[in-house]
Design a binder for this molecule. Sequence first.
Ligand code: C2E
Ligand code: MG
Ligand code: MG
Length: 330
Amino acid sequence: MAPTRMPGLPKAELGSSFPAMLGAEAADRSLRRRLTNDLRGAIGRGEMALVYQPRINLADGSMAGAEALLRWTHPIHGAIPPMTFIPLAEASDLILRLGGWVLRQATREAAGWPAVAGTVSVNVSARQIDTGLLSSQVAAALADSGLPPARLELELTESLALDDPPETLELLGSLRAAGIGLALDDFGTGYGSLARLRRLPFTALKLDRSFLRRIPADAEDVAVLRAVQGLAVALGLRLVAEGVEQEAQYRVLVELGCAEAQGWLFGRPVPPEVLRQRWSPRIPAMAGGDLALRGESPVAKPACLIPSPSPARSGSSSSGSPSSVPALPD
Ligand code: C2E
Ligand code: MG
Ligand code: MG
């Protein structure tokens, strides 16, 4: 449905510019209240959906898994980005319900994936951990879906409780003991400390995409990337680079021995039915003759490049041009 005007807000701040509006409207309590109210019934009305973005094994270009990203299609305002509604949900208990729904939905969908599709990553809010609810939500999702625990990875952000109370250690330890992966999301942007990295049972570091922006042009940023890769290896963690948009970034990551990458270069977030094309027999055959990655490169070609859908289909809230990699033909 076409976005319509909200009373009391300038026209320019509505419709397709909704994400921009929220920056300007952060202080608008009544708008936030109304959106929070709408959010309350959004699951029941079927307005919530998950899209999936592939993670790629850099060693051989195979698919390592996919990250589930939540999307809200508001009946009046259209697509509302998670950076807008997640904080609203976190300011109330709504995030607990949303988080439980995401876990159930993602595990149910991933249970239908073939083993080659790898693990499903689910973003988890600090509130789910602080309340201890995560444990029962994960157990219920795995029991309902039948997904093996080793095919689930939880992404925790660095802004989680800084002092890591014993309950957090216990909770994360029991998830890990069950075989569930634990990734530290947006690494490099928060309050992470090396001590904390050693204390908590993480299995992966997801490097925030801001660290990739000036790669490979900026030698210092390449040095930081190299150091983070060294840290990951030293701690026995997989390094996952987020926001890979350019082939040149991809080459540097391969050269440094980074384990996994995720970004528009490999595929934007897509609905589950589009993600399925990744492992249909048609796609690897097509990827063989590709793309911008052919030629002098000594590195493996990602066999899992999937067509970039139109932004409307992708559900991606970010803007900008993906990369020089052309979309695969139909
Ligand atoms: P995140 O977990 O770090 O997710 C990665 C974000 O980067 C996603 O934005 C994704 O669309 C975007 N992205 C991926 N590749 C590229 C790229 O090459 N270039 C650029 N510019 N962006 C890229 P999205 O989907 O808008 O999600 C934003 C954040 O919202 C997520 O960051 C996560 O913190 C939060 N979020 C999303 N879904 C959930 C959820 O189910 N639960 C919770 N608690 N948080 C969620
Ligand atoms: Mg994430
Ligand atoms: Mg991230």
